[in-house]
Write a protein that binds this ligand. Structure first.
Ligand SMILES: Cc1cc2nc3c(=O)[nH]c(=O)nc-3n(C[C@H](O)[C@H](O)[C@H](O)COP(=O)(O)OP(=O)(O)OC[C@H]3O[C@@H](n4cnc5c(N)ncnc54)[C@H](O)[C@@H]3O)c2cc1C
Length: 320
């Protein structure tokens, strides 16, 4: 018996959410007294792969098939199912992401496994196998019991800290048989999001809304983000009006983020926007209207004009 954890990458590096999943997997493995194996699919640097060992994994299976350089949900599900069989995995852990959301259901079918998505805590194994997960876009929690022999869990972003425990991993090339029928869909073009820090991965997000009046005023949002090492986001109308690119649109119909700090500037806090941000650890709202609904979801609020408050924040951030 073992625990398998899927490593998602970006440009050859391991995503932070994958390291969180690794820590989750190794803690669970400790509880159950079994080993953890990681599976990385596609292109990764050798350093990135061996560094996974620092988080408690002793073995990394690297699937290096050229056809898997870009995510293919069917083939990735097959590769993971084959790895789970090879390692006799009892639990498969994956970091939650839009690609994983599509992979996980296929993987569960292949393994005849029960699935929990968006776990926020380690399973309670004292009597059965119960997993706490977030529901209603982070507004509530529920506990689900898995009774299948094999269990598949995706871990919510920022719910479980990635903790270095020392050690190094042995990297082993793994070449599972993947049928040609898994490649019936092919990505022909990829457009990369601009910006140095990717919005879904960011620890800090500085987001602007219609209160900023126009695209010409985004300089201060970008400058604040730069000073804080943050990604920039925006509300839906802002991207609909082409003030900002669509990949920055946060909310129910856009990117869902769960950073440690979300700074909302000139955004009213409509439920559709909150649906994409309410699992953030700390929310700071800057709005000139004290009745703006966003203040109800805020940890800290500044009632004031963004054009006065943001330059002061930039000055303060520069001094840090
Ligand atoms: C099906 C559906 C899906 C949707 N999905 C999304 C989604 O995914 N994401 C999303 O964001 N929206 C979404 N919306 C739209 C959502 O309902 C709101 O209309 C939108 O979020 C409002 O954007 P906003 O807060 O930028 O603008 P507004 O509602 O116009 O709010 C602007 C805010 O700025 C404040 N303000 C004005 N001037 C200043 C100033 N100088 N300084 C400080 N504050 C100032 C105002 O007090 C106000 O609170 C969706 C709507 C529908 C119907």
């Amino acid at each position: 018996m073992s625990i398998l954890v899927f490593i998602e990458g970006v440009e050859g590096e391991v995503k932070k959410s994958s390291l969180e999943a690794v820590s989750y997997a190794t803690e669970l493995a400790k509880k159950k007294g079994v080993a953890t194996t990681a599976v990385a699919i596609g292109n990764f640097s050798a350093t990135a792969l061996s560094s996974i060992g620092k988080y408690g994994v002793a073995k990394v299976l690297h699937v290096t098939n050229d056809k898997l350089a870009q995510v293919n949900v069917m083939a990735y599900a097959t590769a993971l199912a084959e790895a789970a069989k090879k390692e006799n995995a009892e639990v498969v852990i994956l970091p939650k992401s839009s690609a994983v959301d599509a992979i996980v259901s296929r993987l569960a079918v292949k393994l005849n496994a029960g699935v929990v998505t968006g776990a926020v805590d380690l399973p309670d194994t004292s009597g059965g196998f119960k997993v706490k997960k977030s529901i209603y876009t982070g507004k509530a929690f529920t506990t689900v019991e898995l009774t299948s022999a094999i269990k598949v869990i995706t871990v919510a972003k920022n719910a479980f800290p990635a903790t270095e425990t020392g050690g190094s991993a042995q990297v082993e090339v793994f070449a599972p048989a993947i049928p040609e029928s898994d490649f019936s869909i092919k990505i022909t073009k990829t457009e990369k999001a601009t910006g140095e820090i990717l919005l879904p991965e960011a620890d800090i997000v500085v987001s602007g809304g219609r209160g900023l009046k126009g695209p010409e005023n985004w300089g201060m949002i970008i400058e604040l983000a730069k000073e804080l090492g943050a990604a920039t986001g925006c509300s839906k109308p802002v991207s609909d009006m082409d003030w900002r690119p669509h990949h920055e649109h946060v909310g129910q119909t856009g990117v869902k983020v769960s950073p440690n700090l979300y700074i909302a500037i000139g955004i009213s806090g409509a439920i559709q926007h909150l649906a994409g941000v309410n699992s953030s650890k700390c929310i700071v709202v800057i709005n000139k209207d004290p009745e703006a609904p966003f203040f109800k979801a805020a940890d800290y609020g500044i009632v004031g004009d963004a054009f006065e408050v943001v330059p002061k924040l930039i000055e303060a951030a520069k001094k840090l």
